[in-house]
Design a protein around this ligand. Structure first.
Ligand code: NAD
Ligand code: KPL
Length: 302
């Protein structure tokens, strides 16, 4: 049995695909109120996978259920992950595994520190999923999932090999940190600019101008300090081109009045630059501008 913590867009995307693959899973919602809302919809999810709609019945439960958990997939936002896992600690089997799906960095390490008896894995996910209405989920962009152990040589959990490739385009990568850092750098170079200029991804180079180039140089230095030598600028411009019409996840959060993951993306990068004695004034200025924007919208800056 796989347990998914968090019934948001990505958690439901995993639950829907596992259900379609015939792999048993249960979704852990935040509280009794959320559970009741699902029960009132007969636990039905209308899943649009891009080819059509599928009515699925999922299994939900609250964190205080007593069943023990061997395999946990954490699908909350980065800032909610540690607290969400902590409330399940008494249910986690020693030597079980925890898969973290969060964007950015920091939440994965926090959970690994809190759950030393379990193996923690982290994934970089490029799927795009959103919820048009309660009880509905749209798989808007088919992406891929790169997964690996956070800070050990742990082998790939056996259950991963049961994921059908048609539904899960995943690959094992060890070490995983370079992949997570690359994704973090791409998000640092795009998402905060879309926030402060309130623009789509494709407009970032024209709106930011040389500020983007300086940020890319500083991010490249930061990547180098992590042992990642790949050229960042072409990678970022490729992503900007291929997602030109997208509203970044950070801008979507802003427009929906939700807390963003800024502290786990650009905040994390700036803290790491300081710890490595790297000068990153353009990134620091970007972080300040992003926080100003969030304050103006009365949203948390962490
Ligand atoms: P979301 O806000 O839609 O879902 C998060 C869910 O976690 C919410 O339903 C919330 O109620 C739940 N939650 C929070 N605290 C909880 C707790 N204590 N117990 C149980 N549930 C709790 O967010 P999302 O879009 O699904 O994103 C989740 C993570 O995946 C983020 O880090 C995001 O950056 C990353 N991600 C999302 C996508 C995507 O397409 N949505 C793609 C790639 C990566
Ligand atoms: O990952 C993304 C996000 O919005 O968080 C990018 C790559 C910027 C695509 O929108």
């Amino acid at each position: 049995m796989l347990y998914i913590l968090g019934a948001g867009s990505l958690g439901l995307l995993w639950a829907a695909r596992l259900q379609q693959a015939g792999i048993a899973c249960r979704v852990i919602v935040r509280n009794a109120q959320q559970l009741e809302a699902w029960q009132q919809r007969n636990n039905r999810l209308l899943f649009n996978d891009g080819n059509g709609n599928h009515a699925l019945t999922l299994n939900f439960e609250t964190p205080d259920t007593t069943r023990m958990i061997r395999h946990l997939i954490v699908a909350t936002k980065a800032h909610a992950a540690l607290e969400a896992v902590r409330q399940l600690r008494h249910r986690l089997r020693p030597a079980g595994d925890i898969l973290m799906l969060q964007n950015g960095l920091g939440s994965q390490q926090a959970v690994a520190q809190a759950c030393r008896a379990q193996q923690v894995f982290a994934a970089s996910v490029t799927d795009g999923a959103w919820q048009p209405a309660p009880g509905e989920l749209t798989w808007a962009g088919r992406g891929s999932t790169v997964v690996g152990p956070l800070d050990s040589g742990a082998p790939c959990p056996e259950w991963f090999n049961r994921l059908p490739p048609a539904l899960f385009d995943w690959r094992w990568q060890t070490p995983i940190m370079p992949t997570l850092w690359r994704k973090l750098a791409i998000n640092c170079a795009i998402n905060p600019f879309t926030l402060i200029y309130n623009c789509h991804n494709g407009e970032v180079p024209t709106r930011a101008g040389p500020w983007l180039d300086t940020c890319l140089t500083e991010l490249q230095e930061l990547l180098r300090a992590q042992g990642v030598t790949e050229e960042l600028a072409p990678l970022v411009h490729d992503v900007i081109r291929s997602t030109a019409a997208n509203s970044s996840s950070m801008r979507q959060d802003l427009h929906a009045g939700r807390r963003t993951e800024i502290d786990y993306i650009l905040g994390y990068a700036c803290r790491q630059a300081r710890q490595n004695d790297l000068q990153a004034p353009a990134l620091e200025r970007l972080l300040d501008a992003a926080k100003d924007c969030l304050r103006r919208h009365q949203l948390p800056t962490d």
